[in-house]
Design a protein around this ligand. Structure first.
Ligand SMILES: [Zn+2]
Length: 107
């Protein structure tokens, strides 16, 4: 039995300019940048997507990309470009690919 799934890991967080769409407080938004990984037996094999979730420190409301107003979504997208998947996040996937490939070549 092969256990597969996904897991998220925080890549970073940064202040998001603008006011909260919910409580209208200014300067209270924070953007969390998360990486979603494909996992094999609980170990992260390779990253599948990068997620941005905004949170308001005043009212504790969170906003996923689809819930953000257009300007906030654009701002979040630009900030997310500053965070990339660490190079070693691909390492296990490459090792698994080499093992699978080698096992086929052995036959
Ligand atoms: Zn708020």
């Amino acid at each position: 039995m092969i256990l597969i799934g996904t897991r998220t890991k925080e890549l970073g967080r940064t202040a998001l300019p603008g006011s909260c769409p919910h409580c209208k407080e200014d300067g209270q938004l924070e953007l969390f940048i998360l990486a979603k990984y494909f996992t094999l037996y609980g170990a992260a094999v390779f990253p599948v997507e990068k997620l941005g979730i905004a949170g308001c420190n005043a009212c504790q409301t969170t906003f996923v990309k689809e819930e953000m107003p257009p300007q906030m979504r654009t701002e979040a997208g630009l900030l997310m470009n500053n965070y990339s998947q660490p190079f070693y996040s691909y390492a296990l996937g490459i090792v698994v690919a080499i093992i699978v490939l080698a096992s086929f070549l052995m036959w």
